[in-house]
Design a binder for this molecule. Structure first.
Ligand code: GTP
Ligand code: MG
Length: 195
């Protein structure tokens, strides 16, 4: 699938306030700074669409982007950002949970994991929560350009092992880079099956 049109349609603090037009939604979540907004821009071929920053905690609301006038990409705030107040962190946690549990149009959630690292406890807890709530998800390993191909492959294998300890069947997985465009076709073709 090709994205020929992508436009920002709104930021909402709650699911109740999201854009009223009901279309399938594909959402992106992961630890703060993992590269959610950058990946969305790469998929859409527009580096200015979603706001990115080298400082964690950039995305603070539920952002809807209308794609090809027929579905939405949803950019969510990151989880697990340490350098904010407890109150602010709890607010973001509630916002993420509200969206994930209550957005009836959410077709699939992409959970982003930094290619360079082992799955962290917070990622595992988050993914286990998705399982408990029956939420369909896939995993995208980000920032693949920061490693050589062999190291990248080995690290993905290691993370599969970690996931296999909890999950009998592994979710769909993709390797990506917002810098090189790796993974773009695979991810968009995967989304296409649902729309
Ligand atoms: P929050 O909104 O703060 O939760 O972060 P985010 O997950 O949306 O991350 P964002 O896309 O803002 O990217 C964070 C930083 O990582 C930025 O400095 C990006 O330029 C960088 N980055 C993101 N993706 C990639 C990638 O694939 N390769 C490289 N080299 N850098 C990346
Ligand atoms: Mg962001």
């Amino acid at each position: 699938m090709r994205i020929s049109e992508a436009k920002f349609v709104g930021s909402s603090p709650t699911v109740a306030m999201k854009p009223s037009r009901k279309l399938p939604e594909f959402a992106f979540i992961g630890r703060s700074n993992v590269g959610k907004s950058s990946l969305i821009n790469m998929l859409c071929g527009n580096s200015k669409l979603a706001k990115t920053s080298s400082t964690p905690g950039k995305t603070k609301l539920i952002n809807h982007f209308l794609i090809n006038d027929s579905w939405y990409i949803v950019d969510l705030p990151g989880y697990g950002f340490a350098k904010i107040s407890k109150k602010e962190r709890e607010g973001l946690r509630l916002m993420i949970n509200d969206y994930i549990l209550n957005s009836e149009e959410m077709t699939l959630l992409f959970v982003l994991i930094d290619s360079r690292h082992d799955l962290q406890k917070i990622d595992q807890e988050f993914i286990n929560g998705l399982g408990e709530n029956g939420i369909p998800f896939a995993i995208i390993f980000t920032k693949g350009d920061k490693m050589g191909p062999n190291a990248l492959k080995a690290q993905i294998e290691k993370n599969k092992q970690i996931l296999s300890e909890q999950w009998e069947e592994l979710p769909p997985m993709f390797a990506s880079s917002a810098e090189t465009g790796a993974g773009k076709e695979e991810i968009l073709d995967y989304i296409e099956q649902y729309i």
